[in-house]
Write a protein of this length. Sequence first.
Length: 229
Amino acid sequence: MLAEPTMLLVHSPLLTSATWDALRSHLEAAGRRVAVLDLRPLVESPSFHTAACAAAANVTHGAPTVIVGHSRAGAYLPGIADAVGSDQLDVVFLDARLPHPGTSWVGSLPPERATWLREMAVSGRLPTWDTWFPADSLADVLPDPEQRRQVLHGPPELSWKVVSEVLPTPGKAWDSARRIYLQLSAAYQSTAEQAVECGYLVRRMDADHLAMVTQPAMVTDLLLSTLLA
């Protein structure tokens, strides 16, 4: 574990920390200290949000100056920001969902999407993310077989309590944080537009949702240059 890391990476709870392996190497090569939060052991906790925030506070051992969250991790970034407690903090949403305090994951969805998610659940659990889409669509995003094996190895089946947990109102550290949105894929264009309306600093890259895996050098450049803006 790195002492006094300056950057904390938070993966989507639908995937694993392996999504950060390539980007972490590039960030460290660029001289950044990096810590990676592993959410997978926490998905059975009574409160996933509480467990994620506590894990973030424990993994850092010295508050980071940057928190980066991907995809569904975005909803948990305000709580994580408060948990690490830094006075000067950049919170980066990397092709991520925006926070929805006061409501749950499923409650934040459009009605048709919420229905789709409920119908997909089996015995109170969601199937692993890699089974949500046709196999060829994931091969298009991750054409390298070894990358695909590494990133899609062992994603969790999320309990419905993770999806239905209502997230709390964030506190002081989140309120004072600089909020940044980095759009990687066309699928997150409307979310990036919402981020603009909310006052986030927004930058865009014409890539794919897992570009930190497939194009880590470009994502590193985008991230580090935006942090200097």
